[in-house]
Every structure is written in structure tokens, then in C-alpha cells.
Design a protein around this ligand. Sequence first.
Ligand SMILES: *[C@@H]1O[C@H](CO)[C@@H](O)[C@H](O)[C@H]1NC(C)=O
Ligand SMILES: *[C@@H]1O[C@H](CO)[C@@H](O)[C@H](O)[C@H]1NC(C)=O
Length: 477
Amino acid sequence: MLPLPLLLLPLLPLVLGLAHPLSSTHSLLARHGLNLRQDVLHGLLSGPGPFPQDPPWTTDYPTSFGGYCAPNSSQTVGTFAGPTLPSLQDLLKRNAFVSRSGTGLELLGEEFRIVGANVYWLGLDENVIPDPSYPSKNRVIEIMGIVSAMRGTVIRGHTLGISFGNPLSIMPSPDTYNEQAYEPIDFAILMARIYGIKLLIPMVDNYNWYHGGKYQFIGWAGIPWSGTGAAITPPDVGAYFYNTSSIVDSFKAYITHHLSHVNQYTGIAYKDDPTILGWETGNELCAVLYNDGPAPPAWTSEIAGLIKSLAPNHLVVDGTYGFYPESGQLQVEVVDIFSDHFYPPSIARFQAGLALTQSANRVYLAGEWDWTGQYGGDSIQSFTAALEAGPGVGDFYWSLFGHDDHCCLYVEHDDGYSFYYPGRTEDMHDRAVVMTQHAYEMNADASPEVVPAVACPQYAFPDELFPPGLNVANLGL
Ligand SMILES: *[C@@H]1O[C@H](CO)[C@@H](O)[C@H](O)[C@H]1NC(C)=O
Ligand SMILES: *[C@@H]1O[C@H](CO)[C@@H](O)[C@H](O)[C@H]1NC(C)=O
């Protein structure tokens, strides 16, 4: 094997149009916050395989049962996702922002398609004891390995931004901030960066679940309500989130605090981090009742405008659930991406929303879709094919889970949409294959005949792959 810089040298002029003395590779990478040793040839999953039948590396954890369960999944699918050498192009992509050009996205001058998983629990999880708690590092790293093996480009993660009203939240009580809550979020962002995955982060939830949302702000303003999830009394109380200036101010202060936070592991402020593709004004926002209408366009304009002023290199997704063209939703200029969710998948609904989005010259995102088929709708094959054929369209299935802290049992969640890679049943495995092929298709890549297994725990990373200045011992890996 040639030393890395020699392998990459021919790429340099293509990528950057630079002169190419060998030493410039290192200084180039260093300028991008990357520190790469010549002999680092393993320890990193970066996009697609190759997925060798016989991995050429040795694992530093037991592959027999002995306390670990997950590596056995190789027996069901045949190959392991191998740590692969990132190309210089891959490394540069980690430090580049995804930008919008009309109805499509670009990264380093190439088309960029959003495709990946919803993983809502990366910042705080409710499916573990004690409930809630911050997810373990093993769990977060396994998810990055799975999304990488499935060829995902982006993860949509609610609790990386939605964090209100619990002692473990970023904002446990009105206008107070809990800096401890940032450790798991900083770590998830670090790991996404190392795996070459981008993140889309919603800022507030339309419902009242464990991680909080708009109802915490409403309650803090002294307006009474009760209920969980979407079943809230009185039913129109959610409108106060948009029409009360003290609440809007408090939410804007939260956004400013969150986007200004400096990641303790990377040293990069969230607003300046190319790992973050963008921010969504909220999840499934409706103005009054569930499915009653959009977030008011004036509110979306104000919130999206604040996000753009803080993070001009990031994209903004309108968090409205679906399309309400008569409201003026599509006239909010500062929005980059409009989105809809699919329970069940519906090609007709998708096509209608896509046509509206294209007429507004913006990007379309299927932010959540039901991968299970349990409620009918269009088949997973036909729905993913329609998404692929839609120019610039992106999508995330709902939703990905993995193993517990010890890579042994699956973490169970009760909403009926939990997806486990490479599948816990034959049907789930068949769908995992379709979902993986779909992501390859979105990346304009030939898909693998056999989906790769994902090791849990993931491979140990050479220290050189972490950002300079990070004390890896402090990660507790
Ligand atoms: C892993 O596979 C081996 C060989 O098929 C089997 O003996 C062992 O019981 C498996 N372990 C688990 C945890 O499934
Ligand atoms: C805000 O919305 C609530 C609930 O619909 C409504 O009762 C109230 O009058 C609204 N306030 C303003 C200032 O529009």
C-alpha cells in the first residue's frame, strides 16, 4: 500500500486546484482541522465499502459471545462493513457546508442528496433506565456505523436541539441553561463528523413528549394546559407558542444560545460546524390543532431569519407539517427546504408537495416516512423509487434504534416504527436491503448485493482521526 498522501496526490489538483508538494497535503488537512498520519489505514467507516468478506484487520474486542452479542449479525448477512480509508475528497467534505442551488443541494460542487435515518434519542433517551438518560457512547457510535453502512448521508436528530423542561434538558426551566446537557450532543456531533455524516436538527417539538417542546414554553408563560403527546387540553392552547411575544423571545434566546454553543470535543461552535447541515424550525408544527394548519409564515420567517443570521452557512427547513400554500408558507424566502411526513407512504401526496416546492424553487424533504408497511400505502419499493426520481429530493425513514450499552440486547421502543439493522425478522431484513439500496441510489452509486453487517462495539479509532487538541482519554471510550 502506498503511503496515503501518494495515493491522494492525484486528487489534489482536482479538488482544490493547488500545487502539490507532498508536505502541502498535511498542512492542507491541518488547515481544515484534520490531522492524518500516513499509516492510518483503518478505524474509520467512510461512506461505502468495500465490504470485504475477510476483514484484513483484527478487532480489539471479543468476537465470540463472551459479553458481546452484536458481531454475530455477520452470520445473517455475510459481510462486515469494513473500516475504509477516507479519500481526501471525503475528508474535505467533512469540512465543507452543504449549500442549496435552486431545488437541489451541493457539497464541494457535487450534487448532495439527503438520505438517512431519524435517530431522535441521540441527545437524551427515554427507552432506558433511568428514563430519561443520556445515551451511552457505544450506542451513539453503533448508530453512526449503521447509518454509514446503509450509505446514509444525514441523520435527523430531535434531541440534538429539542431539550426542554426536564432536569437533564438544555433548558430545564424558563431561560436557564444546563451546560451538562451538551456533552452527549457534542459527542454525537463529533462522531457524525468522524463518520462523514451530516446532521439535521429540529429546534422545538409540536407535542409534549419526554424531551419537551412548545408546550413547555406555553406553561412557563403561565398559560395552563394538560396532557401528553398530541392529546393536549385545551386543544387550541398551542397557538400561544406563535402569538405570544414573550414566548417567541424566549425561544429565540434559546436558539441563539444553542447555535452559539462551542463543542467541547471539536472546538467548533454549532453555528460554524459543517457537520450540521441545517436546522428545522420545529418538528411537525401546526398552528392550532393537530393537522389544522401550518406554523404562521410570519413566525417561520422570524425564526428562520434568526437562524440564518447566526449560521449563514447552514440550511433552514420549515418545520411545518406538510403544505398549506394558501397560508403564504411557500413565500417565506429565507426557508431552503419544505418537508412532509408520511404515515403511510403516499406517492400522490409526495408528488403534490414536490410540485409546490419546485414552483417555489426550493428543496423537498420527506422528513419522516413509515418503513414498516403496516398501515398500507405505497410499497417501500415504489415509494423509495419515487423519492429517487424526484430532483433534489431528500428523505429520512422513521426511526433507527440499535443495541444497548453492551451491544447485547436491542433497545426497545413502543411506537411501532423501530427499525433495527440489518433486521430482526425476515421482513425487516428485506426492507433493510431496500432501504440500503435506496440510499446507494440516492448517492448515484451501485448498491451492494449483500448488505454489510455492522460491528458492535465499533472498531477502535486511532487517535489521529480525532480533531487536534482533543484528549481522547476524556471521551471515556
Ligand atoms: C454466535 O454464533 C455462534 C456460531 O453460529 C453461536 O454458537 C453463538 O451461540 C452465537 N451467539 C449469539 C449470541 O447468538
Ligand atoms: C393566541 O392564541 C390563543 C389560542 O388560540 C387565543 O386564545 C389568543 O387570543 C391568541 N392571542 C393573540 C394575541 O392573538
